[in-house]
Design a protein around this ligand. Structure first.
Ligand code: APR
Length: 249
């Protein structure tokens, strides 16, 4: 792996425009469970029953009780890990980097990255389903489930449920960044969910080098990935950035 880390670090040092495309796996070492695979949320809950917008509309109380309350609590008690910190260090080293994340936990911004695209929205704010007024997460009181706006409407997280479209701005920024980058780090995603899983293909078609960090292979590994670092995100990214920092001394 050390030789691979050295090769990948050289590619990153040479790159002018880097995109990091991240999924739930990058936050696993922050205590946030993934959706698929070992310990995944969708192993416990059927996403169509709890994470589809129609399910929320038809039974918001059930979705809040079973899924949203747990996700809100886990996210509020989580912190960036060495992988999030590593991507922020890359920006501090002067590398031009855009982070496109499928995660709703806000940990990339907390770690210090400043150009972050939240492809699936976030859990930082909640909106009233009736009057559309917005509240920060810490203003949402879960004494009453589902939490309600003073107007009587029910609050929903500003994430993208299944059955909803990706916010136009997020889609446009992601496609632009992917089509202009010369290197993409794909970290902790199963690359199974469209349209997010199409973003690495855009980068590949634009001639970018694709580097994948994941303990498991994905549909990208044998098709578009140029370097596959099979390992957990936190130690792998930390090791990679340490080698890059040493090379810049
Ligand atoms: N480090 C790196 N990768 C990891 C780690 C880790 N410590 N642990 C697990 N992984 C990998 C898994 O091997 C898997 O490939 O992270 C990936 C997690 O996959 P998913 O749970 O499917 O997460 P993601 O790809 O982000 O899902 C995409 O699906 O349900 C929707 O909206 C949800 O944004 C989510 C989307």
């Amino acid at each position: 792996m050390d030789n691979l880390i050295k090769q990948v670090s050289k590619e990153i040092l040479r790159a002018n425009k880097i995109v990091a495309m991240t999924g739930a796996g990058i936050s696993v070492e922050s205590g946030i469970p993934p959706f698929r695979g070992k310990g995944g949320l969708w192993e416990k809950f059927d996403p169509m029953e709890y994470a589809h917008i129609q399910a929320f509309i038809s039974n918001p109380e059930k979705v809040w009780h079973v899924l949203l309350r747990e996700m809100k609590a886990i996210i509020e008690s989580s912190y960036p890990n060495a992988a999030h910190d590593g991507l922020a260090r890359l920006e501090k080293l002067g590398k031009f980097i855009t982070v496109i994340t499928q995660n709703v936990d806000g940990l990339h911004q907390q770690a210090g990255n400043t150009d972050v695209v939240e492809f699936h929205g976030n859990f930082a704010t909640y909106s009233c389903m009736d009057c559309h007024s917005e509240r920060a997460s810490n203003e949402i009181d879960l004494k009453e489930i589902p939490p309600r706006c003073p107007c009587g409407g029910i609050y929903r997280p500003d994430c993208v449920f299944f059955g909803e479209t990706i916010p136009e701005d997020a889609m446009w920024r992601s496609q632009k960044a992917a089509s202009e980058c010369d290197l993409m780090l794909v970290i902790g995603t199963s690359a199974l969910v469209q349209p997010a899983s199409h973003i690495p293909l855009i980068a590949k078609r634009a001639g970018a080098i694709i580097i994948e960090i994941n303990p498991e292979p994905t549909p990208l590994t044998e098709t578009i990935t140029d370097y596959s670092l099979m390992g957990k995100a936190a130690p792998t990214v930390k090791n990679l950035i340490n080698v890059i920092e040493d090379a810049l001394k």
